[in-house]
Design a protein around this ligand. Structure first.
Ligand SMILES: [Zn+2]
Length: 688
């Protein structure tokens, strides 16, 4: 979806419906299930019918708005506008989800085409002058939340170019449609390009037994490793064989290369043209105009502070790593990017007596799922209950309802393991917007964790466990923030550069022993994760934070640079290598074309910085919780009420101030980043 009109993939909530389909009875046409596109099965024609019906209902709502007689009121203007947004949210989001998870290629192809069509309708609405005139004619609503929604909507209309002449609006529309189409093509090339590395069985030295069991050799003694995360990540981290690591690193960082080169250039060009048409110097200027940060200039000043805080500590971490690797291998004076994860793992083993494989038996997938759900439920004072017999898009998807007391708040779906043709990343997808008293929010996690088949317990790495909780934070934002009066006031409709704060804050809760051991039990013996193992794990986890933040600044620079320079003159490889050199001390591995599969270039476009500024806000938030009773103290409920529940009824900066009682600062962030230097681990202190 366009950056201007809400609805990016990471932003969305959903509903389940008890609601007696409020949408005018006269409009209701027979749909097998009007809330769920997948109810029609894998038939592309059924999906098309479902999407078109929602688009038809959106048109009908727009006609009610523009045809209203008499003075403008919320009922005859804002409500039908929001109904149209709600209907288009169904159409866009559920097409988009099925494009990522649909069971067959035919269904995914149709879903991709429908995502395009539905987005085009959304763009058309964003340029509809009659709708804009209607909304502009409304008296200021008395309710502050509604007032903010209206003002923000009018701002988005102006930024979208609604006041331009007919010819210019037609050109804007054409460019927006092109941007959607190219963005989808860019991501699709990544989903569909799974690469395979063939190696000798002996080259898997260092990988754990369950991994070896899942990767038997063929008659010639060869083993195939794919670029899917559950395959590639452990091999890069644990594999003692340098050739294995090098081959896999280059395979992972060649996905969609060179196929995406032309697509990306065309996408960047269309964005640059659109920004220029709307009066902006670059796409980055345009994409930040309605965000918390406001402009690339303000961003640059902020990032300079983050760089100053992380650069020296990051260099110290890297220097210690090189010294360590050099001790092990005197020929080695510089670490290749292909070997970074491996050497970090070796370093953690030596310096913190922590082998990250040692905790995996405590994190079998099923227990982690229960633990994530139970943690969120306690923290936010909600119940999350499994629902049996729900038809979804795939038999492996599990369904839960979220309750507050006896009141149902929404429904969530977990699609957690890789499948052929499925989206390869970890994301939260809005399925249905929430409308208070009428429609419940629904959302889904689309992830690629180990497990999911009977024989494999799906032993996760600690980092996987944290990712799971991160994504769940998005879902909670959607469900809890999806109880407002209008569909456009949901959690995912808040400024895009606040969206990663609730998710990153939740990550911190799994650094707590009490929280972790509520579910971290050995999958065979049932033993609780030992405290001394936990202590070593958290020390080891704190190592590498500053250099990790430098790498976040690298991704930020790629996202920003690609959207600030004239696309036709941009050499992607050299721009990427420049950003790499600026924020890494490890050696670039020739043949690395990461940008070709960096799907955030579609979703976040120039605004990857979101992760960086939201990490700072998230840590500031987390510091407000009582470390002695993280889940039981009052901060959880206060956070739910001041940050999550308001959704987009207030500017994000105000939500932040409401919870903190002040502007956010970098203090907690610096403490978090420097934890390892303040408390250097030794074998004896680690055992405490
Ligand atoms: Zn996220």
């Amino acid at each position: 979806m366009s950056a201007r009109f809400p609805a990016l993939r990471w932003l969305l909530p959903a509903v389940s419906l008890w609601v007696p389909a409020l949408a005018c009875a006269a409009l209701a046409r027979a749909l097998p299930d009007e809330l769920h596109a997948w109810a029609g099965g894998d038939d592309p024609a059924m999906l098309a019918g479902w999407v078109q019906e929602h688009m038809r209902r959106a048109d009908a709502a727009i006609a009610r708005l523009t045809g209203a007689k008499g003075p403008r009121t919320l009922d005859n203007t804002l409500r039908p506008y929001d109904d149209a947004i709600n209907e288009l949210t169904f159409a866009v989001q559920q097409s988009q989800v099925l494009y990522g998870v649909g069971a067959t290629k035919e269904l995914r192809d149709k879903a991709q085409a429908l995502t395009q069509t539905a987005n085009a309708a959304l763009t058309e609405l964003s340029l509809n002058q009659a709708v804009y005139r209607g909304l502009s004619g409304l008296p200021a609503p008395a309710d502050a939340g509604t007032r903010h929604y209206l003002e923000h909507t009018l701002l988005e209309y102006r930024l979208a170019g609604v006041d331009k002449d007919d010819a210019t609006r037609a050109r804007i529309k054409a460019l927006q449609d092109q941007i959607t189409q190219l963005g989808l093509a860019f991501e699709r090339a990544v989903h569909d390009d799974v690469r395979t590395v063939v190696i000798e069985r002996a080259q898997l030295d260092g990988l754990p037994p369950d991994y070896l069991a899942a990767h038997p050799a063929d008659a010639q003694g060869h083993v195939k490793i794919t670029t899917d995360p559950p395959d590639a990540w452990p091999a890069q981290k644990f594999g003692n064989n340098a050739e294995l690591r090098q081959k896999l690193y280059l395979a992972v960082n060649s996905v969609a290369y060179p196929a995406n080169t032309a697509t990306l250039r065309a996408l960047l060009q269309a964005r640059a043209d659109l920004a220029q048409l709307l009066g902006y110097r670059s796409w980055a200027d345009f994409a930040m105009a309605d965000q918390m940060i406001g402009s690339p200039a303000r961003l640059a000043a902020y990032l300079a502070k983050v760089d100053a805080a992380s650069r020296d500590p990051g260099a110290r971490e890297d220097a210690a790593l090189v010294a360590f690797a050099h001790e092990r291998d005197p020929a080695l004076t510089r670490i290749s990017a292909a070997d970074l994860r491996y050497w970090q793992e070796q370093y953690r083993r030596a310096k913190f007596s922590f082998d990250s494989q040692s905790v995996r038996p405590y994190f079998p997938y099923a227990a982690v799922e229960r633990g994530v759900i139970a943690t969120a439920a306690r923290l936010f004072h909600i119940d999350i209950r499994p629902v049996a017999g729900v038809r979804t898009w795939h038999p492996s998807v599990t369904t839960y309802d979220v309750y507050d007391g006896g009141t149902r708040l929404g429904r969530i779906y977990l699609d957690m393991h890789p499948r052929e043709g499925k989206d390869k990343w970890f994301s939260t997808q809005l399925l249905t917007a929430g409308i208070g008293g009428r429609q419940l929010p629904e959302g889904a996690l689309v992830c690629n964790f180990p497990g999911g088949n009977g024989a494999d317990p799906g032993l996760l790495q600690y980092s996987d466990v944290v990712i799971f909780l991160h994504e769940f934070g998005h879902l909670m934002h959607h469900v809890i923030g999806g109880q407002n009066r209008y569909a456009g006031e949901g959690g995912f409709n808040v400024e895009g550069d606040f969206v990663e704060a609730p998710s990153q804050m939740l990550e911190e809760f799994f650094h707590d022993y009490g929280v972790l051991t509520s579910f971290a039990h050995h999958y065979q013996s049932g033993a609780v994760l030992p405290q001394e193992l936990y202590a070593r794990m958290t020390r080891a986890d704190a190592y590498g934070r500053a250099s990790g933040q430098q790498r976040q600044l690298m991704y930020t620079a790629i996202s920003l640079d690609f959207h600030s320079q004239p696309p036709q003159q941009l050499d992607f490889d050299s721009a990427y290598q420049k950003a790499f050199a600026r924020y890494n001390t490890v050696a670039f591995a020739p043949g690395d074309h990461l940008w070709a599969s960096f799907t955030h270039l579609n979703g976040y476009s120039s605004n990857y910085y979101t992760y960086v500024i939201d990490k700072i806000i998230a840590l500031d938030f987390f510091a407000q919780f009582d470390g002695r009773d993280l889940l039981g103290g009052p901060a959880g409920m206060r956070y739910r009420h001041t940050v999550l529940a308001p959704g987009a009824t207030a500017p994000a900066a105000q939500l932040v101030r409401d919870f903190l009682g002040r502007e956010p600062n970098l203090d907690a962030y610096k403490r978090w980043m420097l934890a390892e230097f303040e408390a250097p681990a030794t074998a004896s202190s680690a055992a405490r």
